[in-house]
Design a protein around this ligand. Structure first.
Ligand code: SF4
Length: 164
């Protein structure tokens, strides 16, 4: 295992972020898929840059983000703790955000947070969601646990009125 890690690290692929907020699943999206209605990979990169600090990632703890670039849902956004679905609205990309998805034995489909947001506003929106979680969480509680306890409405302020 150490040899594998060393080989990955040599190619800058050894980031120790399994299960954390930057361990994002994103489908190919508009960059590589002819069916896409929006980009996925650049959105994932923007979120990963926003939460790049390893200490902050550890502080936030287990949190899975999944992104799909169209309704075919190859990124399985509907079962992400935070799901992001890229759509096209009046010729512009619009990202619909869902919360509470889960692919474990407590399986759940994410609930829609509110109106779609622009691609530029996705990182800020994720940050506001995380801030609400950190304000609400009880000792040792994961994001999904806090979400289930406090419910969707507590997070609705994360979507700002100026969003698309
Ligand atoms: S979800 Fe849509 S954009 Fe993403 S890989 Fe599947 S078909 Fe392509």
């Amino acid at each position: 295992m150490n040899a594998l890690y060393a080989a990955l690290k040599a190619h800058d692929l050894g980031t120790a972020n399994v299960g954390l907020i930057t361990d994002i699943v994103a489908c190919p999206g508009m960059d590589y898929c002819a069916l896409a209605t929006a980009r996925s990979i650049p959105i994932a990169q923007d979120i990963a840059k926003r939460f790049a600090d390893p200490d902050r990632q550890q502080l936030i703890g287990e949190l899975g983000i999944k992104i799909s670039g169209c309704i075919n849902a190859c990124g399985h956004h509907h079962i992400g703790h935070i799901g992001i679905l890229g759509l096209e609205k009046s010729g512009e990309e619009s990202y619909q955000i869902t919360l509470g998805g889960d692919a474990t034995e407590n399986a759940a489909i994410g609930e829609r947070l509110g109106p779609g947001v622009t691609g530029d506003d996705v990182p800020d929106t994720i940050e506001r969601i995380v801030d609400i979680y950190l304000a609400e969480r009880q000792r040792g509680e994961r994001f999904i646990d806090t979400y289930r306890r406090v419910g969707l409405d507590r997070f609705k302020g994360a979507i700002h009125a100026t969003d698309a």
